[in-house]
Design a protein around this ligand. Structure first.
Ligand code: ADP
Ligand code: ADP
Length: 225
């Protein structure tokens, strides 16, 4: 079944830029979908519309599996930059989404530590972001996205700012987490390598106007040794 159903969305910005034209896409449960395309083809706009950060000009996004009672889509977002709070510890940063939902530090403790363990940072709970490398900061923001146990993880070029080696390590970690926990992931990238290596479905977009030009299912992510 589809977790997210994007139906004929178009987006024209107030300056006249047509970012998307009649794009439709069903994302199924457990898929790791890459949205692949050149800069400016509307990938971020798709994610912003899915997360309701902006509205489509026409069309709509449906969540077929939601019950009407739920007001939260169980969705987490990882941005290109880690966007951590510098004054809070690693623990405090990962606790934040739970804290905003009213979960005390004591009640959050096990879940925060579990999320930090998933990304290999359990030993850094009391460190501050400034003490961490770029790759570690990105791991913290992934832990922060996972701590609420989202149904869908949306990532917008999450590793773009990192060096190639760190990026490759994080790709492997992400793949391992996905294989272990079976989330639904939507991963925006302009890297053909990343899309082939990570995902089991590649949705290729083209620009002017942004639209889907190919939708490929792979049997499994690229085989690894
Ligand atoms: P909307 O049509 O959703 O209201 P706006 O055109 O008002 O969007 O722009 C929203 C914000 O995006 C503004 O702060 C604007 O400065 C910024 N913005 C404008 N052009 C671009 C662009 N080409 N790429 C990214 N951001 C832009
Ligand atoms: P991508 O993520 O694939 O690089 P975007 O979704 O950021 O592409 O942008 C798609 C197109 O819409 C681009 O031409 C971009 O300049 C334009 N755009 C994005 N945001 C705005 C905005 N707020 N106002 C005007 N144009 C925008």
């Amino acid at each position: 079944p589809a977790v997210i159903s994007i139906k004929q969305i178009s987006k024209t910005f107030s300056n006249g830029t047509v970012a998307l034209r009649e794009m439709s896409l069903d994302i199924r449960q457990g898929e790791f979908v890459s949205l692949l395309g050149p800069s400016g083809c509307g990938k971020s706009t798709v994610l912003r519309i899915v997360t309701s950060l902006t509205g489509p000009t026409t069309g709509r996004v449906e969540w077929p599996m939601e019950t009407a009672a739920q007001d939260d889509h169980g969705l987490s977002f990882v941005f290109q930059e880690p966007t951590l709070m510098p004054w809070a510890t690693v623990f405090g940063n990962v606790w934040l989404p739970l804290r905003l939902r009213g979960v005390t530090k004591r009640d959050a403790y096990d879940r925060v530590m579990e999320a930090l363990e998933m990304v290999g940072l359990a030993g850094f709970a009391e460190s501050y972001p400034r003490e961490l490398s770029g790759g570690m900061k990105m791991r913290v923001s992934i832990a922060r996205a996972l701590v609420t146990k989202p149904k869908v993880l949306l990532m917008d070029e999450p590793f773009a700012a990192l060096d190639e080696i760190t990026r490759f390590k994080l790709n492997n970690d992400l793949l391992h987490l996905w294989e272990t926990f079976g989330w639904t992931v939507v991963f925006v990238t302009h890297s053909v390598f990343e899309s082939v290596y990570l995902s089991n479905r590649i949705v290729v977009m083209a620009s002017r106007p942004g639209r889907v030009v190919n939708d490929m299912r792979l049997d499994a992510p690229y085989p690894r040794g």
